[in-house]
Design a protein around this ligand. Structure first.
Ligand SMILES: [Fe+2]
Ligand SMILES: [Fe+2]
Length: 313
């Protein structure tokens, strides 16, 4: 698709071809404010007991949701830090970042409560996860921060959705449903943040070919890092989510590669060699069409918490 093409305004019903529709900062702000007003209406169910078939499954569940907790914590911190920097040139965008960070903060508090129900603790990070979050925490370039966060959101949404197919415990399903639904909204929201930040950077001396080359290199490096994390997470969490490495890694590759194939103005290219290893081609991802998870339509589908059917995301 070219950016000059007229976007579709029809809503998707399952897997249909939908051209990405971009939404203004004003639309995102209004939607985030509506979501904020209803955030306190939702609680974890306390009337159901969490039971597991084995101690191994329970331990894997604790590890799975510890990883989720760290993702929320990092998303919250970076969103609020960015809001402070964006304030001077776009107060509305800064408010969007603040409200988005608050949603991650709400997820973090739900996860704290959920882990408490499990009798699990919040554990310190280690290994690759720790390295990735440390590097991310040290990043200063706004586009780098938003790009990396968008990729984290994408694999989060992917993993939660896949886990939801296999997990039966009602309380764990409720937690996964909330996360799946909201991260599906956060993916297109972060595409909006990235587009706005890139427009700002490109208009200054910080922009330019070198900056773009650096961002592409970061996209490739985080892509590989997340694939390695998929491998590592299988040891930790497979007994709970029952997702095989083959299925999870392929879903990561497909969804991370699809992030930008319908967003040509952002000028990111998925690493073709990596796609080839998984038997995928960029042209195939474009031609496959389907519903774009980054689009304004995806945001609309996931925006209203009370009316979202997670299976439809
Ligand atoms: Fe979240
Ligand atoms: Fe999120």
């Amino acid at each position: 698709m070219r950016t000059s093409e007229k976007p579709s305004t029809s809503k998707p019903a399952g897997q249909i071809g939908v051209l990405p529709k971009q939404r203004s900062t004003a639309w995102w702000l209004e939607t985030l404010r509506k979501r904020e007003a209803r955030m306190g209406d939702e609680y974890l169910r306390r009337d159901v007991k969490l039971t597991f078939e084995s101690a191994e499954e329970r331990e894997a569940c604790i590890r799975f949701f510890n990883a989720a907790y760290r993702a929320e914590e990092s998303g919250l911190a970076q969103a609020h830090a960015l809001a402070g920097r964006v304030e001077e040139w776009d107060p509305d965008l800064a408010e969007c970042l603040r409200l988005y960070g608050n949603e991650e903060g709400w997820h973090r508090s739900l996860l704290t409560e959920f882990l408490g129900e499990l009798g699990g603790d919040i554990r310190p990070m280690s290994g690759l996860t720790q390295t990735m979050y440390e590097k991310y925490g040290e990043a200063k370039d706004m586009a780098t921060i938003v790009l990396t966060n968008l990729m984290f959101e994408t694999i989060g949404a992917t993993t939660y959705r896949m886990a939801l197919r296999n997990v039966r415990a009602p309380l764990a399903r409720q937690m996964l449903t909330i996360l799946t639904r909201d991260e599906a909204f956060h993916v297109p929201l972060n595409v909006h943040f990235l587009r706005a930040v890139l427009a700002r950077t490109d208009a200054t001396r910080a922009g330019g070919l070198l900056h773009r080359a650096k961002l592409q290199a970061i996209y490739n490096a985080v892509f590989v890092g997340l694939l390695l994390s998929a491998h590592r997470s299988r040891k930790a969490a497979k007994a709970f989510d029952r997702i095989s490495f083959v299925d999870l890694s392929r879903a990561y590759v497909e969804n991370l590669a699809r992030l930008f194939v319908h967003e040509p103005d952002l000028r990111f290219e998925p690493p073709r060699a990596l796609l080839a290893i998984f038997g995928l081609r960029r042209a195939g991802l474009v031609a496959a069409g389907g519903f774009s998870p980054t689009s304004g339509d995806a945001a609309e589908l996931a925006a209203d918490r009370e009316h979202v059917a997670v299976t439809a995301l």
